[in-house]
Design a protein around this ligand. Structure first.
Ligand SMILES: Cc1cc2nc3c(=O)[nH]c(=O)nc-3n(C[C@H](O)[C@H](O)[C@H](O)COP(=O)(O)OP(=O)(O)OC[C@H]3O[C@@H](n4cnc5c(N)ncnc54)[C@H](O)[C@@H]3O)c2cc1C
Length: 501
């Protein structure tokens, strides 16, 4: 996947430009490339600090102006349906009025994003409840690398209401420095070569250690300072950050440092897919983007998600379209009515339990559990306690209500009642996989196994549903072809054995 990503990203960026996204330029008129954490070379094509937003706008515009693309807004997919062992449809509801939709299809592509909402402090939106991972798991698909969730080193910490909102790595890319309460540029002690532009896991753990050692900022973070740059430079290069801090925290980042702390940001794990086509292990089901696993291994580098979406979104879209075209109409028309009726009954059940468990309370308890027992640095006993609590919460979620309202029309209590299942599947898979990986690697740090175990270099943990419940098993990857193995050795050769560790 890394090879495909490296080879195809440039063409996807140029394609976006042809569709209307205008990337920042060098003075010679070429696409400007900025450094991000752990990049060997400055290689991040960007649009100010709003690359994702422009990407969304461009692709949305392209989609709505393309013939035969039917956009259905505010629709939540609740269950994937199979026929004869292959994906054949989906049950969904419209959030605005609760009316149901039954889709029939020959190919379905999941692009439902991450699962950051299972943690209390996250940069992710309210939508990131890990639905896609749970939908695929329930349909029998394999998941992988679920232990690998990324803490972005810099989220806002103050005021409390904005805690977790992302402070882009672009601030450090443009020269921002991190200091503790004593004014020390502490990254010197954690990665004296790459300093603030070390990889996200190292910077996040460094901040965590500084705060833990009592050298944190007043609200439990550290300081990120870019005031040594000219105000015009900051406003031009980081316009969103300038506005974000001014509006939300009344901090002028051209004059004052920002207070930042790690925030849950990205799921490296997710649905297991075929690199070439995005096919999952369920025929007819495809996945791309943050919901899919594989490209980023244990540690995503900044900027690589957006290019991942472009490269593998295209490939998986083509894969799903080919599956749809090759499926005969009669095959995709046969959905099991009994299965549909059962799914509708489960969907509606919380509405009949107005006095059931409060879904918001359960959501908070899931977030508290994950934040406490699967934090930046984990350990075996903590993971075990976390798993016990998540299983208890799972039992309580089965009898939860809607928080009072019986209405189908935009009912957030009802929606939250169903988000719980997705969050619980993701949380359980994370905790079980993290228990199995008895080492520290990338974003997965264990205080009881602080070293990287080279025996696990090529080992992935695969999660799937069995009649007894969720199972996790270790699986070795086939060896890399020689030319790729050489490229990996070449890049490792830059580091001493201690640095590699
Ligand atoms: C604040 C922030 C800044 C970031 N900045 C960068 C960056 O600079 N560079 C970079 O490379 N990456 C960045 N990332 C990461 C990157 O933006 C995400 O990984 C990426 O947007 C994920 O895209 P996606 O299409 O997979 O999912 P999303 O963009 O999350 O889209 C998922 C969509 O699926 C919908 N959905 C979810 N569940 C269901 C359901 N059950 N039924 C129907 N629809 C559903 C959601 O509503 C949403 O619209 C950033 C992330 C955040 C949060």
């Amino acid at each position: 996947m890394a090879e495909i990503h490296a080879k195809e990203s440039p063409e996807r960026v140029l394609e976006l430009e042809r569709w209307g996204a205008v990337f920042d330029r060098t003075w010679q008129g070429r696409i400007h490339q900025r450094p991000f954490g752990a990049h060997t070379y400055p290689r991040l094509a960007h649009i100010g600090d709003r690359t994702g937003l422009e990407l969304l706008r461009t692709l949305q515009d392209r989609a709505v102006h393309t013939n035969r693309v039917d956009v259905q807004m505010e629709v939540t997919v609740f269950k994937l349906l199979k026929s004869g062992g292959r994906l054949a449809g989906a049950l969904a509801y419209r959030r605005l009025d609760g009316s149901l939709i039954l889709y029939r299809c020959g190919g379905l592509l999941l692009a439902s994003g991450g699962a950051g909402k299972m943690y209390r402090v996250t940069s992710n939106s309210w939508e990131s409840t890990g639905d896609g991972t749970a939908l695929a798991y329930d349909a029998g698909a394999q998941l992988r690398d679920m232990e690998m969730v990324q803490f972005h080193p810099t989220g806002m910490v103050w005021p409390a209401g904005v805690r977790g909102i992302l402070v882009t790595e672009g601030v450090r890319g443009e020269g921002g420095v991190l200091r503790n309460m004593d004014g020390d540029r502490f990254m010197e002690r954690y990665d004296h070569e790459r300093m603030e532009l070390s990889s996200r896991d190292i910077v996040a753990r460094a901040i965590n250690s500084e705060v833990g050692a009592g050298r944190g900022s007043p609200h439990g973070g550290v300081f990120l300072d870019i005031t040594h740059r000219k105000p015009e430079f900051i406003k031009r290069k980081l316009p969103s950050m300038y506005e974000q801090f001014l509006k939300l925290a009344k901090v002028d980042i051209t004059k004052q440092p920002m207070e930042v702390a790690p925030t849950i940001h990205y799921a490296m794990g997710g649905v297991r897919v075929d690199a070439e086509t995005g096919a999952t292990t369920v025929p007819g089901l495809y996945a791309a983007g943050e919901v899919a696993a594989g490209l980023h291994g244990a540690n995503r580098l900044g900027g690589n998600s957006l290019s991942d979406l472009l490269v593998f979104g295209k490939r998986a879209g083509e894969g799903a379209a080919a599956a749809a075209l090759s499926t005969s109409r009669s095959a995709n028309a046969t959905l099991d009515q009994g299965e549909v009726d059962d799914a509708v009954a489960v969907l509606m059940a919380p509405l009949d339990r107005p006095a059931g468990e409060n879904p918001y309370q359960l959501q908070v308890e899931i977030q508290e559990t994950m934040s406490k027992y699967a934090p930046i640095v984990r350990d075996g006993p903590g993971l075990e306690t976390g798993l016990e609590k998540i299983l208890e919460l799972g039992a309580r979620a089965k009898v939860c209500g809607t928080g009072g309202s019986p209405s189908l029309a935009f009912n957030p209590g009802w929606h939250t009642a169903h988000d719980l299942h997705s969050m619980l599947v993701n949380a359980e898979a994370l905790l079980r996989s993290a228990q199995e990986r008895k080492e520290s690697r990338g974003a997965h740090a264990r205080s009881d196994f602080p070293k990287t175990d080279t025996e696990l270099d090529d080992m992935n943990f695969i999660v799937e549903k069995s009649p007894e419940g969720m199972v996790v098993r270790a699986q070795r990857r086939p060896p890399l072809p020689d030319y790729l193995a050489e490229a990996v050795q070449h890049s490792y050769a830059r580091y001493t054995p201690e640095e590699r560790e």
